[in-house]
Write a protein that binds this ligand. Sequence first.
Ligand SMILES: Nc1ncnc2c1ncn2[C@@H]1O[C@H](COP(=O)(O)OP(=O)(O)OP(=O)(O)O)[C@@H](O)[C@H]1O
Ligand SMILES: [Mg+2]
Length: 224
Amino acid sequence: MALFDIADVEFHSQIGVPIIKGASFTIEKGTTVQFEGKSGSGKSTLMKIAAGIVVPTKGTIRFEGRDVHAMNERRTRAFRKRASFIFQDSALWANQNIMQNLMLPLQIHNPEMTMDQKIKTIKEICSLLNYERSLELRPADLSMGEQKKIAFARALVLKPEILFLDEVTESLDVKAVGIVMKLLHDFIDEGKTIIYISHNPSFVKEFPARKIILKEGIIDEIQD
Ligand SMILES: Nc1ncnc2c1ncn2[C@@H]1O[C@H](COP(=O)(O)OP(=O)(O)OP(=O)(O)O)[C@@H](O)[C@H]1O
Ligand SMILES: [Mg+2]
């Protein structure tokens, strides 16, 4: 059974404009998959649909055989804990400081951890990513690159098995790109699954993937 099975997915905008048309594909456990295509071709939308974040107009998304939009709350939470998403625009919680942004996923998914353990986990991840500024700052106080680092940290705090990465290296400096790439290599070596979008040729070269190529909302080709 595939890890993800996306079948006959359509997504229309609120005014009925088709954005994703008839998309079907699977993602196997432990593989790296890339969505490719021009700006506006629907990559981010399709990735959010695959991750169960955007509800499609038509079609189904199965995770380990289960329809993600028909799961009970317990299963949804277990799925969310295993699969983290890094958004193209970081999408940090603007009204929460950085510590709170990183704390929230732990509070939801790891309630058994003590506050000390949670703080230790957060500080370890920040130091791994070389984030040296205050955890009391809010997202708006950070540069785009710093926000991306925190978005990456927020995805990693739960030690997920699956990572959805929408332009994870965008706005990062060379040093941070190197750190992120090293962490992603470790992630792959542990047999975990990555689904990514990247306009950065050196990132694409570094992470050979099965390519799902989109053209105007349609899957034009899948290259194994
Ligand atoms: N909820 C929505 N309502 C209306 N239009 C949308 C919605 N979501 C996406 N779109 C439109 O669908 C198209 C595809 O958007 P998407 O963000 O998926 O593209 P992309 O391939 O990720 O582009 P980029 O490489 O620039 O990030 C765009 O024209 C976008 O404006
Ligand atoms: Mg996009």
